[in-house]
Write a protein that binds this ligand. Structure first.
Ligand code: NAD
Length: 478
């Protein structure tokens, strides 16, 4: 049974109600979570507020950083155990889960090391005046996270907030929250003072909505779907709170006719199969110049056909999807595309011997997909690739920018001038040239435009999101 972590203690939920923890690879229940409500959120926010005027609030940035670096060491010391937990909770292949735990530790190292490097400024002003610009924590930061990368998301969202001295209240996803809970125990062992980190598990519309509507939080950061992101932003706007939103994507991979096609094909496959396509930055639209369309599509089809889906322990390209609803949603996109007469170019395998109750869907590649079809515009959040031909550079740019999202873009060309011309015209938060990085890149500022959200996580810049600037003007004349 999993409890909330509030004020440094494990606490049963105030209602006594629970939620099942389901293994996506079998569909079986293997644990229970506390089903948090507004009363639990109240306790967590109060614990966070108290921490700010206790030992946590008095710590120097260097001391905070040391605790985070110690967390990284402890995470790495339990690497395999945490990777197995993450794989069981999310269904992802064990190799991908191992990478996620390494990345979570890396966030702790990175932001631990950075905690005392973002400092204020002194501004030249009038005679006999001294002006300093301070960077201070917001106070109590609220974090709402999705299920696709619980360990990485913890590192990406909560760790920089702690580095800047905020006290965090986290509501992880009801579908996958075991690694964030395990990190609470690790944080305590690393010496994090009570109340600096609080986790309340439960449903979005109960615990999540209670957290975003709470009157004593100072900042909200949300990672998840655009629909819920809009609700979160409205709740934050009610109290004029700062809100960072990391939402969905429909990211294009643009392949020009002068590209290294063999290299591009491998990246294209990985960018849509990684984490079963349940990655906000999945390369889910493949835009191919007409002159190499047949040649390039053939290369991707070969790889796609060999790709396979299996249990976490089988460690194939994909694992199962997170739950039955997601399986039905993704299958719905596939069925609708077939019914619209869009050709299936390739389908991966589902490995023999996967448990019948698991939420498996074979990776599927469709093309050519009409530019206005749902499959070309909407986020599937599963291993489904939409292939679309384009004519020339201008057409590629128009097409790449033609969705409501703007998270990532991949550009494949050997022409140096075109690389930068196209990169500058991409309306999105990250551009990869002759490479593609769905997920990783702790050091690289990340975030969206348009319906993909606003604000930046990852990298040194994320620290600026988690602190507020205060200008102090001092007259020191006689
Ligand atoms: P979701 O929006 O359904 O849920 C995300 C979180 O919000 C969960 O913890 C959920 O419990 C909570 N929630 C739900 N309703 C709420 C409410 N009314 N008030 C407050 N909280 C509420 O998203 P999901 O299905 O968990 O994740 C999939 C989505 O997340 C996709 O759209 C994906 O692209 C996006 N995502 C984006 C990023 C990014 O960095 N841009 C990263 C991962 C996932």
């Amino acid at each position: 049974m999993q409890h909330h972590f509030i004020g440094g203690q494990w606490r049963a939920g105030s209602s006594g109600e629970t939620l099942p923890v389901i293994d996506p690879s079998t569909g079986e229940v293997f644990d229970q979570l506390a089903r948090g409500n507004a009363a639990d959120i109240d306790q967590a926010v109060a614990a966070a507020r108290a921490a700010l005027s206790g030992p946590w609030g008095r710590m120097t940035a260097t001391e905070r950083g040391r605790i985070l670096v110690k967390m990284a060491t402890l995470i790495l010391a339990r690497h395999e155990e945490l990777a197995q937990l993450e794989a069981r909770d999310t269904g992802k292949p064990i190799g991908q889960a191992r990478n996620d735990i390494t990345v979570a530790a890396r966030y702790c190292e990175y932001y631990g090391g950075a905690a005392d490097k973002l400092h204020g400024e002194q501004i030249p002003y009038l005679e006999d005046f001294q002006v300093v610009v301070l960077r201070e924590p917001y106070g109590v930061t609220a974090h709402i996270l999705p299920w696709n990368y619980p360990a990485q998301m913890f590192g990406r969202s909560v760790v920089p907030a702690l580095a800047m001295g905020n006290a965090a209240v986290l509501k992880p996803s009801e579908d996958a929250c075991l690694s964030p809970l395990a990190f609470c125990a690790i944080a305590k062992e690393a010496g994090l003072p009570d109340g600096a980190l609080n986790v309340v598990t439960g449903l979005g519309e109960e615990a999540g909505a209670a957290l975003t509507a709470h009157r004593d939080i100072d900042f909200v950061t949300f990672t998840g779907s655009p629909e819920v992101g809009t609700l979160v932003q409205k709740a934050a706007a009610e109290r004029t709170l700062k809100c960072v939103l990391e939402l969905g994507g429909k990211s294009p991979q643009i392949v020009f006719d002068d590209a290294d096609l063999d290299r591009a094909a491998g990246f294209v496959l990985k960018a849509i199969t990684q984490n079963g396509g349940q990655t906000c930055s999945a390369g889910s639209r493949l835009l191919v110049q007409r002159s190499v369309y047949d040649t390039f599509v053939k290369k991707v089809v070969e790889l796609f056909t060999k790709s396979s889906t299996g249990t976490p322990a089988m460690d194939r390209d994909c694992g199962p999807l997170i739950n039955a609803a997601q399986q039905q949603r993704v299958q719905g996109f596939i069925d609708q595309a077939r019914a619209s007469g869009i050709p299936v170019l390739a389908q991966g395998q589902v490995a023999d011997g996967v448990p019948a109750g698991g939420f498996y869907v074979a990776p599927t590649m469709f093309g050519p997909v009409p530019r206005d079809h749902r499959l070309a515009c909407d986020e599937v959040f599963g291993p489904v690739l939409a292939v679309i031909p384009f004519d020339d550079e201008d057409d590629a740019i128009r097409l790449a920018n033609a969705t409501d999202f703007g998270l990532l873009a991949g550009i494949w060309t050997r022409d140096g001038g075109r690389q930068m011309r196209v990169a500058k015209r991409m309306h999105c938060g990250q551009v990869y040239i002759n490479c593609y990085g769905a997920g990783g890149g702790v050091e690289l500022p990340f975030g969206g435009v348009k319906r993909s959200g606003h604000g930046r996580e990852k990298g040194f810049m994320a620290l600026e999101e988690f602190c507020v600037v205060k200008t102090v003007v001092q007259f020191f004349g006689k």
